[in-house]
Design a protein around this ligand. Structure first.
Ligand SMILES: C[S@@+](CC[C@H](N)C(=O)[O-])C[C@H]1O[C@@H](n2cnc3c(N)ncnc32)[C@H](O)[C@@H]1O
Length: 270
């Protein structure tokens, strides 16, 4: 799977990006995304992020889990296979949801929806929520954070994997004469907003925000920050996924392990 690191444009201030246009971009990308996830090598997820995400989720046995921005459902299926009682995947992109439904296992369900407004879900009705590389795609990640907070039971976690703010800022690898990677240039870090880049050969828009914007929004919503993980790659994994070598040098991703305070909800078992 192509790694989300090829970006060059300076983010423009302000919004001006409507949801219909963003949805359309994902609809156009979806066929390639789905075949890449299912047939390609997913080095970032398999070699680095999945294990950390699963560790942060902890024992999911019997839990009701929300997968916010589930794509074609791979991580929902993983959580269902690990014993979650029910996993609800929500995604804006109809072809992604249709593909997820095709592989549904019986304990995972998928709906088309905007994760910035989860009004169809009841307050305090989930034991765990995850967002796997989705908040960077949202014009209003704060709305998603508030909605997830609302639907979680007290004591539950929200595990958010995202692009590292140092890499969602404009800038890319600078290369030497032989094409070797020298260093990453980061610029315009404090200019938050949409940016255009290319993913799997298709144009896509996502959103850059600073680390303090993310953390202060999580805290301001009411979450506590249990752990902050800056994933890198282990040597034994590197031999299997040599394309991850630059993950030893520059952080591309970040995982926020958040908790809604309160008495731990009793997991619903079906
Ligand atoms: C980078 S993909 C990640 C998919 C999946 N979580 C994974 O890790 O394979 C981002 C997903 O977010 C979805 N998305 C973008 N904006 C959304 C929104 N407002 N509400 C729900 N899903 C959205 C896209 O359709 C896409 O499937």
């Amino acid at each position: 799977m192509e790694r989300n690191t090829a970006h060059t444009d300076r983010p423009s201030r302000g919004g001006g990006v409507d949801l219909t246009a963003l949805r359309r971009e994902w609809e156009v990308l979806a066929p390639r995304w789905i075949s890449e996830v299912r047939e390609g090598t997913n080095s970032v997820r398999e070699g680095m992020l999945d294990d950390l995400m699963l560790e942060a989720c902890g024992d999911v046995t019997g839990m009701r889990v929300l997968d916010s921005g589930c794509g074609e459902g791979r991580f929902s299926r993983i959580l269902a296979a690990r014993g979650a009682a029910y996993v609800l995947g929500v995604d804006l992109c109809e072809p992604m949801v249709a593909a997820a439904k095709e592989l549904a296992t019986g304990r995972d369900e998928y709906v088309v929806g905007d994760v910035q407004s989860l009004t169809f879900l009841a307050d305090a009705s989930f034991d765990l929520a995850i967002s796997y590389l989705n908040q960077c795609d949202l014009p209003d990640f704060a709305a998603n954070t508030r909605e997830v907070y609302r639907i979680l039971k007290g004591g539950s976690r929200f595990v958010v994997a995202n692009l590292h703010p140092m890499r969602s800022a404009p800038g890319q690898w600078q290369r030497g004469g032989a094409g070797e990677k020298l260093h990453v240039a980061v610029d315009h870090y404090f200019d938050e907003g949409p940016r255009r880049f290319t993913m799997m050969g298709m144009p896509l828009t996502n959103f850059h925000r600073t680390l303090s914007t993310y953390v202060n929004t999580f805290l301001g919503t009411g979450f506590t920050l249990e752990r902050l993980i800056e994933p890198t790659v282990r040597p034994e994994v590197l031999s299997r996924y040599p394309d991850l070598d630059d993950e030893l040098r520059v952080p591309n991703f970040i995982i926020y392990v958040l908790r809604k305070e309160g008495r731990r909800g009793v997991p619903v078992r079906s």
